[in-house]
Ligand binder design. Sequence first.
Ligand code: TXA
Ligand code: MG
Length: 373
Amino acid sequence: MTHRALDPNLKAEIQTAAQILRAGGVVAFPTETVYGLGADAANPAAVAKVFALKGRPATHPLIVHIADAAALAHWCRAVPPAAEKLAAAFWPGPLTLILQRAPGVIDAVTGGQDTVGLRVPAHPVARALLTAFGGGIAAPSANKFGRVSPTTAAHVKAEFAEGAGPEQILDGGPCMVGVESTIVDLSGLPSRAPTLLRPGGVTKEQLEAVLGAPILVVGVPAPDAVTPGVDSLNTALPRVPGTLESHYAPLADVYPVTAAELPMRIAALQKEGIRFVVMARRAEIQNAEACQGGTNDRRGGGEGCGPGQAGIPCNTLYLALPDDDAEYARRLYQLLRDADAQGFEAIVIVPPVAAGLGLAIVDRLRRAAGGSR
Ligand code: TXA
Ligand code: MG
């Protein structure tokens, strides 16, 4: 993954942030996935502040961000060969490994479990902060519990009331990946195979290629599912940490639908008089309008779909999503936030195919939809 070089203007701010961490304070910082709300992972009082700021239940463990794979030995009891392989292939990068925790790791971080989540982030600001601080930084995504993760510094600022947020927010620009890290549980090795707990920036296919074996999947849509039918989604989920049904949610109700279901869903919401926005790829929008037989009076058109295209149902507001999954992931949370900012009550969205990075997007949309019904 390519990244901008570290902005030299940020060097002094990063030193200040490291001092805040040493003093037991909380700082928000960019990673390549989403922004994190960081505290000294060895300081229970500092970690408690993160939970308080986020409004997060204490039983939900935090990921510890470390400077490099060499630091793994400090945090976990043993480093299995699979962890070494995955770390060598994907760190720094959007991958979190769950391992048996070392005896010294504090309960505040692990939620009292005997495992710990570890990740080496790739963003230059996160890396510089880890180097300046010298220890592990426990950090969840820098949003209020259950809400959409922030992918810009402005999102983080908007998440907290004035004076009630982190002591500092480091601005590293928009996040390159845009969805949270892939989480792989290796804590059951050798008896339990590596298990994918959350799909993310590193794909299941990439993990399997490096491990040379299939990995187990829990709480994640089947890779061959095109789009999740909400019913099948909400029942089959095991309650493992990090897989709450309603999560990553905007204020608006989220309706993931297949492209084929679009016209029906649009018609139903119009009938209910709900203020909604449709997010789909350009071709999917065009197909939907063909099915609707073509209408008029389109208001608030989305980017790239100029006026004059016939067929979008009357009064439907729509937005064209990127065809490319990486770009889709990068922009997804901003789009969900924008929909909230514009006061939409519902978002009808066509997820990508649930494979590769698309699996992470489908997963997040499914969780965003979890609170909608
Ligand atoms: O990309 C990311 O992972 C971002 C950036 C900031 O690094 N962080 C992030 O953290 O998404 P958070 O706390 O929002 O989500 C981490 C998830 C949580 O759902 C948590 O329950 C799970 O990881 N988790 C952490 N430690 C775990 C453990 N020991 N066992 C199982 N799940 C764990
Ligand atoms: Mg989160």
